[in-house]
Ligand binder design. Structure first.
Ligand code: SAH
Ligand code: SF4
Length: 349
């Protein structure tokens, strides 16, 4: 049995919160501790500008980070996936992606599992277990940086629906972008949602100034209701209205992600519906060929990967409608770390 008492982690707190939690503590001390954590120091004993007495007191009452890396997997293209074991035994995953120019991007999770149950997504099959707190989100970044060195971009596209955990995500973003710490620009964060209208409105009204991506997948209502059940509670016209409002306030291009399922959502009518949805918005469409997950499908029919020619044909249909299109390459597949495959190693033990 684990007799270690539960100690709260400090990594998810901004300097002024640190000062409050550690009161009485001078402001400059809180700032020193914050800087050490941002620099990757995970042990109070290495915070050498604090007195031995303070270090001992901190170690008795707190931990720096909230979990530990339980597994690291690396694929041939340089992608790394880490599995983190949280203090309650729950496991989450985070992925490091490296692009052609050597730029590093961290893909972070926001929930253990996910309640949205999109038909094509592995994480969705786990169901929802719990939200992560801000330190559990920050720690994913810190663990990836321990292994890979400085990371410049963050995509919140791992396990879970970020806009259902916007408060803790916002705290984590405030910590990671804080000028006394890592100072990552908010524009280097992209938050991806399945299309939660109330969450988008909340982000617009009071959330951090990050980039927004929406997993549209198809704008054909009947098909989207089958692929993404959120469409029933949050219909497409309301989603579009929330995006238009967001764009009016934030003045940033929005990404529409489309996971392409072979023979399902690559028809001419899907291209037409996407173009219709995009009208009046400043958007770029990111095509994501579906990464295979066993036993997923709709109406008794298993999903299949789209062929290369099918993807190209669909891309041309969109371009013919004057839409900006990009494609996500299949990084990380070797470690099951590509999007939508997260969670596939979680239930093995
Ligand atoms: N829950 C959020 C963010 C995490 S999912 C969201 O849905 O946007 C990140 C992206 O992976 C989404 O665009 C999702 O549509 C996509 N995705 C899910 N399963 C996939 C799969 N098997 N292959 C490729 N992409 C997938
Ligand atoms: Fe959740 Fe995103 Fe997967 Fe849908 S695609 S089940 S919202 S993680």
């Amino acid at each position: 049995m684990d007799a270690t008492p539960f100690l709260p982690a400090l990594s998810g707190l901004e300097p002024d919160e640190l000062q409050r939690v550690l009161a009485p503590l001078e402001k400059f001390r809180a700032k020193q501790i914050f800087k050490w954590i941002a620099r990757g120091v995970a042990d109070f004993d290495r915070m050498t500008d604090l007195s031995a007495a303070l270090r001992a007191d901190l170690a008795a009452r707190f931990r720096v980070r909230s979990g530990e890396v339980s597994e690291t997997l690396e694929s041939e293209d340089g992608t790394q996936k880490i599995q983190i074991r949280l203090r309650d035994g729950a496991k989450i995953e985070a992925v490091l992606l490296i692009d052609g120019e050597g730029r590093k991007t961290a893909c972070l999770s926001t929930q253990v599992g996910c309640p949205m149950r999109c038909a094509f997504c592995k994480t969705g099959t786990l169901g929802f277990l719990r939200n992560l707190d801000s330190s559990e989100i920050v720690d994913q970044f810190l663990f990836l940086q321990d292994a890979a060195g400085p990371i410049s971009n963050i995509v919140v596209m791992g396990m879970g629906e970020p806009l259902l955990n916007l408060d803790e995500l916002s705290k984590a973003i405030a910590v990671l972008s804080h000028p006394d710490g890592l100072g990552l620009s908010k524009r280097r964060f992209t938050v991806s949602t399945s299309g939660i209208v109330s969450g988008i409105r909340k982000l617009t009204a009071s959330g951090p100034d990050v980039r927004l991506a929406v997993s549209l997948t198809t704008a054909d209502r009947a098909l989207r209701e089958k692929l993404m059940p959120v469409t029933k509670s949050d219909p497409l016209p309301e989603l579009k209205a929330a995006l238009a409002e967001h764009q009016k306030v934030r003045e940033k291009r929005i990404t529409l992600e489309a996971v392409l399922l072979g023979g399902v959502n690559t028809r001419p009518e899907d291209a037409a519906a996407l173009a219709d949805f995009a009208r009046g918005l400043d958007i770029v469409i990111n095509l994501i060929p579906w990464n295979p997950v066993d036993e997923l499908g709709i109406e008794g029919k298993a999903f299949v990967e789209p062929s290369e020619s099918e993807v190209q044909r669909f891309e041309r249909m969109l371009e013919a409608r004057k839409l900006a299109v990009t494609r996500r390459y299949k990084k990380g597949r070797g470690v099951a770390g590509a999007c939508g495959q997260l969670g596939s190693t979680l239930t093995d033990d």
